[in-house]
Design a protein around this ligand. Sequence first.
Ligand code: ANZ
Length: 922
Amino acid sequence: MAEYNFKAIEQNWQQYWKENKTFRAENQSSKPKYYSLDMFPYPSGAGLHVGHPLGYIASDIVSRYKRHKGFNVLHPMGFDSFGLPAEQYAIQTGQHPAITTEQNIARYIEQLQQIGFSFDWDREVRTSDPNYYKWTQWIFMQLFNSWYNYETDKAEPIEKLIAIFEKEGNSFVKAACDEDTPHVTADAWARIDEKQKQELLLKYRLTFLSEAMVNWCPALGTVLANDEVKDGLSERGGFPVERKRMRQWSMRITAYAERLLQGLETIDWPEPVKEMQRNWIGKSTGAELHFAIENSLHHITVFTTRIDTVFGATFVVLAPEHDHVAALFTEDRKAEVEAYVEMAKNRSERDRMTDVKTISGAFTGSYAINPISGERVPIWVADYVLAGYGTGAVMAVPAHDTRDYAFAKHFGLPILEVVSGGDISKEAYAAKDGKIINSGFLNGLSVKEAIEAGIKKAEELGVGKGKVNYRMRDAVFSRQRYWGEPVPVYFKDGIPHLLKEEELPLVLPEIDEYKPTETGEPPLGRAKDWKYENHYEYELSTMPGWAGSSWYWYRYMDPKNDTEFASKSAIDYWQNVDLYIGGSEHATGHLLYSRFWNQFLYDLGLVPEKEPFKKLINQGMIQGRSNFVYRDKESGKYVSFGLKDQYDTTPLHVDVNLVENDILDINAFKSWREDFANAEFILEDGKYLVGWEVEKMSKSKYNVVNPDDLVEKFGADTLRMYEMFLGPLEQFKPWNTAGMDGVHKFLKRFWRLFHDEQGNFSVSDAEPTSGELKTLHKTIKKVEEDIERFSFNTSVSTFMICVNELMAFKTNKRAILEPLVITLSPYAPHISEELWKLLGHNESVAYAPFPVWEEKFLTENEFEYPVSVNGKMRGKITFPVNKPKEEIEKEVLESEIIQKYLEGKTPKKIIVVPNKIVNVVV
Ligand code: ANZ
């Protein structure tokens, strides 16, 4: 075989790997384990574009490298196959989402296999497969049967909580529960009926039904989680989202807030992702303070992070939804307050938080008493205070808080500056126009000390206490959609009950149309004869997209198990994920929910590690390189890029597949779309040059590059190496097909090292020179170091330099080429397998030990001197680098090269520059 026939080579080896299950991972092994995971894809109808495999190639390189290094590697792939797009398509076409999903997955697998990934396909999972979602439902049931005990700081069985209620009621339980949980004594608990008991328990379960303000998206007909809403619009589709009160399933993720925060310190993740999770969790340390309401037995509890400013609190503000509002307004204020509350309800939380220009509010007519200063302050209602955060009430300190300041200015409320940094002198007081007030016992303290002193005082007086708040909310867990996991719950007397474990999976029923029912129930309301025991209503909502992805890495460990979500022995062996690669868009969704479920499974003793993903890398997005043609506004002709400034033109996107090296294929352009059929062109040098710009890769910009076409044209090994060559993995970078050629040429040259001029495979068993050894060993060293620190682009250039050097040496020695094949194989596995076989091996190269570089070869110990006569190079002689000058002189003069030119004469002079040159003057 003469040529580098990548097509035949790649197909053969892909077939070989499949037949021999080369990448099958064993669940028991004496080797150390390495779990390398990609974020599994949602199989969309569009298939993969060149951006998708980027992260997969990186993790595949690491996986292959680790196999060479003697690890038992788990490197699986699967599909996150429930979700909205398949269902939207079903609504439009009537096609069952299961069918579309199946087709899309088949296409994905075909595309992935062409790139030569070393996935263990026997472990493939699909979240929409009943054998998979059976276990998603099972985990839901464990959550339903659990509550969070702050005393032991973990999830515990609900039976234990019931036992506590029976013994002493719920007043002393330190548990994560709903805000509105009533106090119940043991006696009361014994007296209330089963329904009331269940209602109370729901307020503690880790997955629970409750009335909650949710993000309702009318266009999608469903509730969305906070991370699925961006700027008031749905992430998918960009439809408007409203706030609505609905009875929904939620996950009590807030119970884990502190652990989710602390856990971040133990994992090797990109700092920006950790920071986003910290902000999402939003821990805030402060105090709660009770303000008595004048002429009332009630009080308002505020949350403040600055209790040291309490002497400057000049009014109190309640969120419009605050429970006390109705009881507070005086008769004369009633109409205004009610109108205001009604208006505020329709503003989204985001608007309320970020819109600083629209200041609005209403005075209730009532007053509160500052518990520390004793001052009487008015109580207002305003929507800049959020109902769901803290206590839904604040003490307003306009001199120190910008929102309070703007509000006070707008409504003419007093502004009092507080100084806690020392006693205020008379002069200072006067200078501040009497607006500074003395902060009593807090005078002379730093802010930090004053906060501590304030909390201590509040506790002594019994008017407040230190308090930690988290901004994070419980996660809404139901969707009014069809294509998701059914919730394993039925209703009896309005109370949710779990199915029995042996009744799982609760399979998604068939329905006639994928739309809500006429009465506005979710699509599952259409299912015929779908009742528990032919009688009880099932839950009609399904689980959200993140359910199936919150535990899938465990299923890969034991994907066919039908008695457990994964066997204990498999989990004990694989533990958790060593390397996780995926997009940064999952920072607060998937990556937070997965950590939460993992912590929960850990509490139940089902998994050994608190954190699921030890190391995370976010691959950067590959952007499109869009191409443009320029239409002259006047003549309608298409003007080549270099001439366009001479005309008044409109740029139009042109399909990048009609362009090569920025030259437009004119005929292809004409037949691309009907309106271009008669296009006329103004060319430069007989060519039409297009313009270009970097944009997001998307269909609408005609800049999508399909990996299949590139594999067809250049081969998978070229694609793999080129994607890595584009730049650091984490960086955003534009795609440019033009560069593929260079990498392809490199592989051809690599192939040629093993072949003679006639193209026959030919390697020699000769001893390598020190120069060759140096090239080999520095390459091994660099590639190893690069992979260990996940720098892949740098390895590609190292390989290129290596091949250039070996070409210059005309190397074809087995002792150099054999280790090099192994070194290259993580990057370009097909060509490596083929050459490995040609070198005489019968087994795949995949498990060959990675070559070990040696320091002694890195420093060269010989130098090849160019030898000149009268300044003209006449030949080369190699000497050890430390050979004394005199000996070199002597040997040079005795050499054949010089003897020929001396013709018997004595040389005039000989110059030796150590490790550079020798010149003989005759
Ligand atoms: C008095 C004060 C004085 C405040 C001052 C701040 C500065 P973080 O850090 O985000 O927790 N706050 C409390 N509950 C609120 C709610 N439901 N909606 C809107 N604002 C609320 O912020 C806590 C601070 O935000 C609290 O401390 C409170 O204002 C306000 F110089 O109390 B502060």
